[in-house]
Ligand binder design. Structure first.
Ligand SMILES: C[S@@+](CC[C@H](N)C(=O)[O-])C[C@H]1O[C@@H](n2cnc3c(N)ncnc32)[C@H](O)[C@@H]1O
Length: 382
């Protein structure tokens, strides 16, 4: 363990400003704020901190969070906050994963820090700033720095994957089973019925008006769960936009095309909704968005369409799985979405609900939601 790492285990109490002075001195002398325990171990073994193979990066911030005294006083909390500020000032990363597959956020929560508290929020804010800054460089996605050495390989896998590449997805065969819609070959979960309660909540959010006046749009049919909830509100007009041929076939077989109040918009929303915008005569009381194999950049593009199609008192919502493979990342996206929507004159309110953690992931290749809470967004013009 290096001197920097040792200091961040808080060997003496109380935690005073002396810690900040000492840590700053070490960082100013050239010790990187990202210096990991794995690098120390490699140095001790090989005389160089170049690592051949390591999936984890246990950074000084992880050590600080892991060592945080449980009985931290208010004064000590301010000092720890200054220590975090100092580490970030010297380039500490917010999204590294440590030897126990944990983020700094996970460790802070384990040490009794509240998510609304200053220390957790400091990491979230670092994530938001970093993400906003890096967005243009890496295409709008937050990347967890688990395995920098294999980044290229990972990028190639993503380019070929149904979950990340829309062209690949739209030409992949799908399969409906009892409680999920999956891609036939590689078992990517497109939709799963554990989301039913979320879909019910979402339908209630966008179907607030009297049925006789209600015109709503759902983007992404999937298993039709939300569309069935929407239908139970008997809307005057119910638009459904869907791109995948297998899903459209299922909708036809199940009679959605024959319902008098339903309009099916076939094709990608990027095409059909822009055509609606061009017509300039149709506006919605509620819009819901839940697609697959799209990225946050697509949502940014969608905001442009939403502001053109939503009535002044309308509500927009979406399936909020952004960054939900890690709680810290989910919390960072929560803020980013609110900030981005502000630029469109929209305001996002979240309702937090708990979700079961025992979802049936065995039916699919990988889980796409790893938080035990869900931020349900309700978005309106300010
Ligand atoms: C997660 S499912 C939607 C689940 C739905 N909310 C439900 O309650 O069952 C995503 C759906 O979006 C469709 N989709 C993906 N990209 C799309 C796009 N660009 N435009 C329209 N639909 C798209 C997929 O084919 C899939 O049917």
């Amino acid at each position: 363990m290096s001197q920097l790492h040792h200091l961040l285990t808080f060997p003496s109490r109380p935690v005073t400003g002396d810690y900040v002075t000492s840590v700053r001195k070490l960082l100013a002398s050239g010790i990187p704020a990202t210096y990991t325990l794995e690098q120390v171990a490699a140095f001790e073994k090989n005389g160089t901190d170049e690592m051949s193979e390591s999936a984890s990066n246990t950074t000084p911030l992880h050590i600080l969070a892991r060592s945080l005294p449980l009985d931290l006083s208010e004064d000590e909390t301010s000092v720890v906050l200054s220590l975090m500020d100092t580490l970030f000032e010297y380039g500490a990363g917010w999204n590294f994963i440590d030897y126990e597959d944990k983020t700094v956020g996970d460790l802070l929560v384990e040490r009794g820090q509240k998510k609304t508290g200053a220390l957790y929020q400091r990491v979230v804010d670092a994530g938001v700033s970093a993400e906003l800054l890096l967005r243009k460089l890496n295409g709008g996605e937050i990347e967890f720095l688990e395995d920098p050495q294999h980044a290229e390989e990972q990028q190639q896998q993503e380019a070929d994957s149904t979950a990340d590449n829309q062209q690949v997805y739209l030409s992949t065969k799908l399969e409906y089973n009892e409680n999920a819609l999956v891609t036939r070959e590689n078992r990517d979960g497109v939709m799963m019925d554990w989301e039913t309660h979320i879909m019910e909540l979402a339908a209630n959010t966008i179907c607030r008006k009297d049925a006789a006046e209600l015109t709503v749009l759902n983007i992404g049919f999937g298993m039709g769960i939300i569309d069935n909830f929407i239908a139970s509100h008997s809307p005057h007009k119910h638009y459904i936009c869907e791109a995948h041929p297998d899903v459209l076939a299922k909708m036809r077989a199940d009679g959605w095309y024959d319902r008098p109040n339903v309009v099916v918009l076939e094709g990608r929303w990027q095409d059909s909704l822009n055509a609606l915008l061009d017509q300039g005569s149709l506006f919605f009381d509620g819009i819901y968005y839940d697609t697959f194999s799209e990225h946050y950049q697509d949502m940014l593009d969608l905001y442009d369409v939403v502001v053109g199609l939503l009535k002044p008192d309308g509500v927009f919502s979406f399936f909020n799985g952004l960054g939900a493979d890690r709680p810290l990342c989910y919390d960072v996206y929560n803020k980013i979405v609110s900030l981005d929507l502000q630029d469109y004159g929209l305001q996002c309110q979240y309702t937090t609900i708990s979700v079961p953690t025992d979802q049936q992931w065995h039916a699919v290749k990988r889980s796409y939601f790893n938080c035990d809470y869900y931020y349900h967004p309700q978005i309106r013009f300010r």
